[in-house]
Design a protein around this ligand. Structure first.
Ligand code: ZN
Length: 437
């Protein structure tokens, strides 16, 4: 997205039809290459979604060597009949993960193997379930499946969550595989003697690690909420929730109606939150965190005006996007504080348009609502991402959340005129989960 930052200049430039004259989506040229599929493997994500991945003969696309490409989901592979051993077209657009477009059937030799999507989780053996209304298959062994647990630990200790230095993917795997960590709260029960005999864990390293873990008990509530890994709840939504409820207990007991009434929390995120805290396992984790002395409250709710992320912006999705399912796009938007609604109105900030867009596109055009394609949406999310130290101006306590829906500025992602954030390409948890799944 290339934009004019100055609000006055934006107003002078105005909007033509559906496009503001002061903003254009800069599209990276999509590039394609042909290569061979050596194998198809699957990854189990943090929420159990099993995603297939093509292991490729390394190929250079636009200056980058590509070894792996997304196959999206089981239906995608079946519909296109992508086989192990096939020569395939691989596409890479911008910094979106490369994906397999389809096989080049003319190059088949007869040795290609049709792919059978696994029926059971490769990590724990549990029969996979279809996510209702989605193409994705999921391991339903939440919280216990070791593959999910490793991802959850990684997420919990990540910089945007509890920020525990000294634990990465390798350590997360080690702790889970040795049975030291059976849920994220177990990190707070690690003792020096647990590491006895583990390679690479000297006295000094153990001491530093345990100190980092202890120190993380004081992280602000919103960081803990991020760390729990609730679907659709990224940094922006977590901050909204921490400020609104002031304690994890109040958040845990919130009803869908309580949550949906909060500006910045959409219905999908609300359902995800209620779902999460209904699970006995998750409530047990919270009890363990509490017993370990982890901070579960927000001492001084900031009641900040949430101007970061996609806060206060409303999106409508129409048509089929090239990479993201409708659910993933919703997840990306809501994890960053935006809302997704079903119909285009004057208050809609953006309409995200895919192939075979319907009436909603026409409606957006007639109302002069700006439209985005998938790449434009991803750019917008990145450019609106709050920096870790983004200043949140304190507002009077009772000031209602900002509603800019009718002002031309509503289409300007907050913070994008802050050069400190403009180049900030850190991945939010929301994005991570979408990449993961
Ligand atoms: Zn599993």
């Amino acid at each position: 997205m290339i934009k004019v930052n100055n609000f006055d200049e934006q107003q002078q430039l105005g909007v033509v039809g559906r496009d503001p004259r002061w903003a254009i989506a800069y599209k990276f040229p999509a590039r394609e290459a042909t290569t061979k599929v050596h194998n198809i493997s699957v990854n189990v994500g943090r929420t159990g979604v099993v995603t297939p991945n093509a292991e490729l003969e390394p190929v250079e696309i636009g200056g980058v060597t590509v070894r792996n490409a997304s196959l999206h989901n089981a239906d995608y592979i079946a519909e296109r009949d992508i086989r192990v051993g096939d020569y395939v077209t691989v596409k890479r657009a911008g910094d979106v993960i490369p994906y397999v477009v389809g096989p080049i059937t003319g190059r088949r030799t007869g040795t290609e193997q049709p792919y059978q999507f696994p029926t059971h989780c490769p990590a724990c053996g549990t029969p996979l379930e279809r996510v209702p209304g989605e193409a994705a298959w999921r391991c339903p062994n939440f919280g216990i499946c070791p593959a999910q647990l490793v991802r959850r630990v990684e997420h919990f200790v990540s910089r945007s969550a509890m920020d525990i230095i000294g634990i990465g993917e390798k350590q997360a795997e080690l702790f889970v595989n040795t049975g030291l960590v059976k849920d994220v709260a177990d990190l707070y029960y690690l003792r020096a003697e647990d590491f006895a005999g583990m390679e690479g864990f000297g006295r000094r390293r153990i001491e530093n690690l345990l100190n980092a873990i202890t120190e993380s008990k004081q992280r602000p509530l919103d960081r803990l909420i991020v760390g729990l890994g609730i679907r659709y709840v990224g940094s922006v939504a977590a901050q909204v929730l921490a400020d609104h409820f002031g304690s994890l207990d109040d958040l845990m007991n919130a009803t869908p109606a309580d949550l949906e009434a909060i500006e910045g929390i959409g219905p999908v995120a609300a359902a995800g939150i209620v779902d999460f805290f209904q699970r006995a396992d998750e409530r047990r984790v919270v009890a363990k965190l509490r017993a370990a002395g982890v901070n579960l409250t927000s001492a001084a709710p900031r009641r900040a005006r949430h101007t970061t992320g996609l806060f206060g912006q409303t999106f409508v999705l129409t048509g089929t996007l090239p990479n993201l399912t409708r659910e993933q796009a919703t997840e990306l938007i809501e994890a960053n504080g935006g809302k997704v609604t079903g119909s285009v109105t004057k208050k809609t900030s953006y309409v995200v348009v895919g192939e075979q867009a319907g009436n909603k596109l026409a409606k957006a055009q007639s109302l002069g609502i700006p439209t985005l394609d998938e790449a434009g949406l991803q750019q917008l999310v990145r450019s609106s991402e709050p920096g870790e130290d983004a200043p949140t101006a304190p507002a009077p306590p009772e000031q209602p959340a900002q509603d800019q829906s009718d002002s031309p500025k509503s289409n300007e992602p907050a913070e994008s005129d802050n050069p400190a954030n403009a180049n900030d390409h850190r991945t939010t948890p929301g994005q991570l989960s979408f990449l993961d799944e």
